[in-house]
Design a protein around this ligand. Sequence first.
Ligand code: SF4
Ligand code: SF4
Length: 421
Amino acid sequence: MPNVKNWQLGRDMSYPYDEEHPKWQFAFVFNTNRCIGCQTCTMACRSTWTFSKGQEMMWWNNVESKPYGGYPLNWDARLLGMLEAANPHGQVWNDKGKFEGMTIFEAAKARAKGPGGQEALGYLPSDDDWRSPNTWEDTPTGGSFKKKDQYGGSAQLPEHSVWFFHLARICNHCTYPGCLASCPRKAIYKRDEDGIVLIDQKRCRGYRKCVEGCPYKKAYYRPTTRTSEKCVGCFPRVEGKDKNISPTGQPAETRCMSACVGKIRLQGLVEVGEDGTWAKAPENPMAFLVRERQVALPLYPQFGTEPNGFYIPPRWVPRNYLVQMFGPGVESALEQYSCPDRELLAVLQLFRASRQIIFQFKIEKGPKVAEVEVTLPSGKSATQQIFNDTVLGYNKAGEEVVRITIEEPTFERDDSHVNSI
Ligand code: SF4
Ligand code: SF4
């Protein structure tokens, strides 16, 4: 197997194909602290792409309540268990942030006995696993429910003793997709123009190897066509085909992003160099959050697919759980998110501020409006200074699409409407 660079692991890893990278990469950041589990994103996707016969169990976008929820049932716990069993030295990160365990590709290679084996460690969920998309919704864990000590002081930061959180998921349009690696028909490809991963319906023969090999379980089998299907990244919108959103044909966010009620989502396109690293572009909000500040982290980076979906972790959840899910950057991400500086606070305003993809932001400085004392997750105290800055967002053509201030402007309702809504 060739060796490829994986920046999320801090090392090279084996992958069945040589390294090859798109010019631009579809990427997104979800802020789990803001998700209310309303499933508007889920239904926006459903009503666009998966409303037909044979697609009943296809939820290209789903929102599950962690720690118990998952679609298909227990997808992550099951694969983590398989990786643990395959890897006698444990799934560990060293203190320099390098992953020392085995990825799904390395574990499959270690297990294979000659040609024809699995390319990526995985399993095929049963029909029962696919049946219920939102089992364990809003179900918490932890704490003591004794009368005297109701909920065990559940609302104390930095970690709540009773907790759950909503994890919104779509295909991560991975740099090294497990689905693509597993397909014996070479029916899966990654587009050069935006890194979106697609299944060629003419080549697919429905062997379901992608369903088995995607560690995130985001490839689905359709019995009516006997082929597999997956999230297509709303590519016509990303190509700028929706003239209602941009009359000049600029890239637009996907349906699930555009519909998000909690304003937890920001989508981006980042320029990729030939060696696979993201071009240094601190003025691109996606690059700023993921690479410059590392306040948004990949989901289960240890799987090794280099997912391009990133999450700001939930502040109140036990850290060992979060480190297992998002890797070793959790403490630093939460420390920054709990007391955002001027620039970070400005970029956080861009979530769901425009349906067009924002390629660049600028900040116009405003006056200081507040000072707030904050206790950081580490226990240290800090003073957050809040400025009424204006953040501007620009589309691919450099046209201004967002202008938003930190302080929301107030409007006084006309006396004639004082009691009306
Ligand atoms: S999340 Fe799964 S389906 Fe999507 S690109 Fe990665 S491996 Fe393929
Ligand atoms: S629409 Fe947004 S807030 Fe609602 S469930 Fe989806 S990601 Fe969460």
